[in-house]
Ligand binder design. Structure first.
Ligand code: ARG
Length: 462
């Protein structure tokens, strides 16, 4: 047991209590951020005359050597320390002696942990944004290649109207684009520095909080020291945004699982992204898509856990808040893994264009267009709807599709139909006539793809 606070105690901490209380097993993840924060704090203390320049340099040297040794593996972050903050401080004192004991001047672990967690998540948000950007680039490439890959669009999982693969994937492009925007929003709002808030009520030292904020690339200091140590809103926002990313991935995975099935056969997941069965030799399973779908629950769980943890906590810091770490780390790692794997899976997946097109032809996806044909010839839409409905029923009865009817059969229900009905309900026409912005017609799609390309170019790394 190595603690920072033995002074007012007369007994050793019970070992079980120690283990229960300790956080080093997981907060060691942000050793880098803890050292970064300490470096800024020490520089500021010296700038304010609270430490001498010599003390500052000694401490900075010690912190550097700790960082180096942790990274090259010669210094293990051992569980004998209560948390990462104690580990760094104790090792600093071991290495540089008395100067090291001044590191914690004007600081509490409460503002320290608030800072470390912000620094850590800030880096992770940037990484997640980068992964989402790669996913968007992958989607856009597939979209560009598939503007004429016709497929059925569904509502209620019933074939509804024809569309294209580019259009279908374009829907997900918009979702993941919004996810990136959420990352940027969170980053903007959270980017205020809590360091210098002390335990809860600031400190009596003349700290320069603007300076530490600047050194750590924040937009400024937080404005209430109690809120600074008690705020976990940005984590809740992040977990909510990550849950939304997972919801999008999960919907996409569900579609891919369906499309990869023998019944659909729209796509084939690459062998490298599929798995086999231990008993059924013929099986090639979409396990990766299923796992991504499955892990969604775990990320939602993190959000609900943290909301619940925070809901009854009086101001300011309480130990309950230590529970924010494992679940946030797990959610971040899960989402990063899922985005990366998903991107790999769709970039290697093959599309069975013939099957998709055939499926769009069967199932009366052009029924709306047949009704529109009548409307364009002066029939009120509601009547047109009824006429085509009867034709569909007729076709179902005969086991044929609309385009397989003879002109006499069309005319038997409405004399308005002429030879050009076949052209009007061809798959290509049905799609290509949909030219309003956001629709699958080639010209509309091209415009959107141009806009999205520009968007990707303009949005660099967060
Ligand atoms: N391990 C603690 C956490 O994660 C660090 C802050 C501890 N502060 C304290 N007063 N016990 O929240």
């Amino acid at each position: 047991m190595a603690q920072l606070w033995g002074g007012r105690f007369t007994k050793e901490t019970d070992q079980l209590v120690y283990n229960f209380n300790a956080s080093i097993s997981f907060d060691k993840k942000f050793y880098l951020q803890d050292i970064e924060g300490s470096r800024a704090h020490v520089k500021m203390l010296a700038a304010q005359g609270i430490l001498t320049e010599a003390e500052r340099d000694t401490i900075l040297g010690g912190l550097d050597s700790i960082l180096q040794d942790v990274e090259n593996g010669t210094l293990k972050i051992s569980d004998k320390y209560e948390d990462i903050h104690s580990f760094v401080e104790a090792n600093l004192i071991d290495r540089v002696g008395d100067a090291g004991k001044k590191l914690h001047t004007g600081r509490s672990r409460n503002d320290q942990v608030a800072l470390d967690m912000k620094l850590y998540t800030r880096d992770e948000i940037r990484e997640i944004d980068g992964l989402l950007k790669k996913l968007l680039e992958t989607l856009l490439t597939i979209m560009e290649e598939n503007m004429e890959t016709y497929m059925p669009g569904f509502t209620h999982l019933q074939k509804a109207q024809p569309t294209t693969l580019a259009h279908h994937f374009g829907a997900y492009f918009e979702m993941f684009k919004r996810d990136r925007q959420r990352m940027a929003d969170i980053l903007k709002r959270m980017n205020l520095c809590p360091l210098g808030s002390g335990a809860l009520a600031g400190t009596t030292y003349a700290l320069d909080r603007d300076l530490t904020a600047e050194l750590l690339a924040f937009d400024g200091p937080t404005l209430n020291s109690m809120d600074s140590v008690a705020d976990r809103d940005y984590l809740i926002e992040l977990l909510s945004a990550l849950s939304t990313v997972m919801m999008h991935l999960s919907r996409f995975c569900e579609e891919i699982i369906l499309w990869n099935s023998n019944e659909y056969r729209f796509v084939e997941i690459d062998d490298a992204y599929s798995t086999g069965s231990s008993i059924m030799p013929q099986k090639k399973n979409p396990d990766i898509a299923e796992l991504v779908r499955g892990k969604t629950g775990r990320v939602y769980g993190a959000l609900i856990s943290l909301l619940t943890t925070m809901k009854g906590i009086p101001l300011a810091y309480n130990k309950d808040m230590q529970e924010d770490k494992e679940l946030t780390f797990d959610a971040i790692d899960t989402v990063k893994g899922c985005i990366a794997l998903f991107t790999g899976m769709i970039s290697t997946m093959s599309f069975r264009r013939d099957v998709m097109e055939k499926s769009a032809k069967n199932g009366f996806t052009n029924a709306t267009d047949a009704a529109d044909y009548l409307v364009n010839h002066g029939v009120p839409f509601r009547d047109a709807h009824g006429i085509v409905g009867r034709l569909v029923l007729y076709c179902i009865d005969k086991g044929i599709s609309l385009d397989q009817m003879s002109l006499e059969e069309w005319k038997a229900v409405s004399p308005v139909f002429e030879e050009d009905i076949y052209e009007a309900i061809s798959l290509k026409t049905c799609v290509e006539k949909r030219l309003t912005i956001g629709a699958p017609g080639m010209e509309a799609m091209k415009k959107v793809i141009e806009l999205e390309k520009k968007y990707l170019e303009e949005t660099g790394n967060l």
